[in-house]
Design a protein around this ligand. Sequence first.
Ligand SMILES: *[C@@H]1O[C@H](CO)[C@@H](O)[C@H](O)[C@H]1NC(C)=O
Ligand SMILES: *[C@@H]1O[C@H](CO)[C@@H](O)[C@H](O)[C@H]1NC(C)=O
Ligand SMILES: *[C@@H]1O[C@H](CO)[C@@H](O)[C@H](O)[C@H]1NC(C)=O
Ligand SMILES: *[C@@H]1O[C@H](CO)[C@@H](O)[C@H](O)[C@H]1NC(C)=O
Ligand SMILES: *[C@@H]1O[C@H](CO)[C@@H](O)[C@H](O)[C@H]1NC(C)=O
Length: 486
Amino acid sequence: MRGFLPLLTCFAILQNVRGWREFSRGRWNGGNLRLLEGDDSIIGDFENVITDWFTQYLDHSNPTDDRTWKQRYYVNDQYVSKRRDVAFLMIGGEGEASDGWMVQGAWINYAEKFNAICFQLEHRYYGESHPTADMSTENLQYLTSEQALADIAYFIQEMNVKYELSPNVKWIAFGGSYAGSLAAWVRQKYPHLVYGSMSASAPVLAKINFSEYHTVVYEDLKDTGGDKCVSAVKQAFNQVDLMTRDIAGQRKLYKLFHLCDNITESTSSSEDIVILFDTLRGHFAGIAQFNKKNGGPHNINLDTLCNIMVNDTLGPEVNRLAAVNYLMTAHRCLDCKYDTMISEMRDVSWDSEAPVGGRQWYYQTCTDFGFYQTTDRIPLDFFIKQCSDIFGPKFNLTIVERGVQRTNTLYGGLNPSVTNVIFVQGSYDPWHALGINKSTKLYPAVVIDSASHCENMYSPSVYDSEALRQARIQIEEFIGNLLKSA
Ligand SMILES: *[C@@H]1O[C@H](CO)[C@@H](O)[C@H](O)[C@H]1NC(C)=O
Ligand SMILES: *[C@@H]1O[C@H](CO)[C@@H](O)[C@H](O)[C@H]1NC(C)=O
Ligand SMILES: *[C@@H]1O[C@H](CO)[C@@H](O)[C@H](O)[C@H]1NC(C)=O
Ligand SMILES: *[C@@H]1O[C@H](CO)[C@@H](O)[C@H](O)[C@H]1NC(C)=O
Ligand SMILES: *[C@@H]1O[C@H](CO)[C@@H](O)[C@H](O)[C@H]1NC(C)=O
């Protein structure tokens, strides 16, 4: 599969497993709208897909700044009618854009049905869309949702001309995860350019202390394996906690979880312990977020994890957690060094080894969104400290608070004043806690039972639930009605 960033592949097997490299803060390395290797529904013909570059302004808020850069986009015009009056835009989010999406996904089925020309615009600062020479903190000041929305607006105007679209063309935007928020916001901010949107799994409410994320993960575990699974997981974390407190316990942790370095009082910072917790909880969170659809590595889902956690022949709960860890890390050692993580995230070069898009996304959390998935053992301070350790002392709690308030002021949080948008959530997806789950007079909302993050955006498959099938039909009807209305 082209354009897909493999999650756990051969070349990685020799490396250490770093929790922050694979799945961290509710984001998979490379972004949340992932195309899957081995997806059984890959169809279509890349011959129809064009890759091109759009000359974009760096700073849309300052007309005296004439610096420009090249933004990557993809086009597939195989379904467009002679009237050229329907255009679909897949909005790029917090990861590299993928040409795979130009030939598959539910939106391609809709494009075929409604004769749309399809565009995908990569988000500034991700993938190959590099607005600045590097990712220094100074240069990242142009990485904001507002700039990204303006990028979309200028892009649409240009494509209308370049592709000789009808003066009555209707643009429909699609996006999932952060890009789902952008899909709603671009309609809100530029209604003269975007006629309507499908916004999937969008955390439209910016929030610093996102403790609800883990509440949903526990609900999912309960739904999957009952109270037995939940209490085994909680018990295991309590046992890990106890073991962190003395040298004998720390040695046991080192062995049990196959850590790359001994966690001992003398060699570790307290952040290393928090990273251990963050990585272990990430095993459950990552699978909950993508559960059945995206199965994670080796098609693991929540059933797999609960089956291990309640299997008492494996020993005490902490040993079962170690078995989960063993499975999720493909047997590699676990790197919990805070200092290593920070030094990777400080790398400002575009070809850095840092998790793809990790530095950029962390910057957006510090300045725009928060979204810190706190638990009893993973305190807010841990995340805020990273903002200042990665980007400089200026980036403290005050800055994050101001950024989050600003974002909610700009867009209206859970009460946006927007029409022609359909908001779609999966009930298993922890991110749904920051999204719109109720229809109003202005817009419809669909909550898909037991669905995961952005699940409705993938191509239909034989494994889809009835609820998911129905939701895709509802979305298709919604788009059909938008295109019908005058
Ligand atoms: C974050 O939210 C949780 C749950 O509401 C709460 O227990 C915790 O104290 C909060 N943390 C901070 C730093 O506000
Ligand atoms: C870690 O500690 C264990 C037990 O004390 C010891 O056997 C091992 O050699 C240590 N490993 C490293 C990498 O320091
Ligand atoms: C429990 O784990 C043991 C050891 O790995 C395995 O043989 C057994 O099949 C497991 N039991 C269940 C019910 O999965
Ligand atoms: C953040 O830093 C500013 C000065 O740069 C300071 O005024 C403010 O009190 C700091 N906030 C916190 C929460 O430490
Ligand atoms: C729907 O959203 C509201 C507001 O965020 C929240 O209180 C409620 O728990 C959500 N319901 C579900 C089923 O997610």
